[in-house]
Design a protein around this ligand. Sequence first.
Ligand code: ATP
Ligand code: MG
Length: 350
Amino acid sequence: MIITGCGHFYQKIKQLGSGSFGSVYLVKDLNTQYEFACKIISKHLINIYNASQMIQSEIAIHSSCNHKNIVKLYSYWEDQNNIYILLEYCSKGHLINPKTQFTEDEIFQIFHQILSGVDYLHQNNIIHRDLKFENVLIHEDGTLKLCDFGWAIKVQQLPVENVMCGTTEYMPPEVVSKQVLDFKVDSWSLGVILYELLHGSFPFIGHDQQELVQNITMNQLIISRRSDISEDLINLIQALLIKNPELRPSVQQIYLCKWVKRCMKTHNLFNHYENEQLKLKIKQKNIALKVVQDVKYLTPNIKIKNSQEDIDVKLINSVNTIQSQSTNTSPKPNKYVDKFFSFIELFKNF
Ligand code: ATP
Ligand code: MG
């Protein structure tokens, strides 16, 4: 069967998957011989479920994305019966659990690619809201790519009004209990994905929807230990599956957790957030060093070694010294003492 769209002719080759409003097919451009995936959405079903706004939003959000860990949307068109979305073809299907368990290193190699896609989305104010194995596709070259923006939203203002969306097993408590939501919805789903990669099962299950919802909102998370898995990975999963979204790590915080930092170093991957954090630390310490030097110049009797390493301790000691000096000699502490205190405040955060 031939599909026509935007002046091209595509031959339908086989069905790749199916979803709520239609199916996805492998198609070949008869002119260029390039292969694509084509999502064909039935207008009849859109009308029945009153989903036209949802499909419009899916296309608008997905076509605005350009990242190596997100499936490319090349074009879209419609005819009388269907809407067609032409996508980059991922020949190796979606993520599934292997028969033997993933090793910790394999878990990282999968996770960091999903994380990179989600980071791109969040930086562009997009919440995916349906992160799950089936929506992580594997390209011919092995790259993982996020797909299915049916539930994605572009955030104009936080928090977002809630609708029950996504797939219950991957939904956080604030979604199943119909509270307002924000970017942390995706953090929870990342936690479920990590748990699944580790154990091959969901962290919360139920015999029916009601029991599942109750377990997600009420049950304590139990992670059975695997001797080959580090404590740092377990800590990250536990943090991502914290029920209170305010306490759950954001994507930026995930990049700054021990496990991700360590694994990224091992794989020689550039960690933008760690780099920014380091730059900030160095900047603050350099400024602090300058202040120490200024004070040294003004009060030469204070002995301060100009070592970056010892600077925190030296700062605290010198503040104490200067504080006692300034209160002894003058009722108003000089401006350097104020500066010192503001830097001490900054250092407390590290
Ligand atoms: P649902 O709402 O049920 O999640 P959906 O209608 O939104 O599904 P998708 O999730 O986009 O549809 O696609 C359904 C399935 O089709 C995917 O899980 C995958 O197996 C396959 N598929 C989708 N896009 C591609 C692609 N670009 N390359 C290869 N396979 C694909
Ligand atoms: Mg899907």
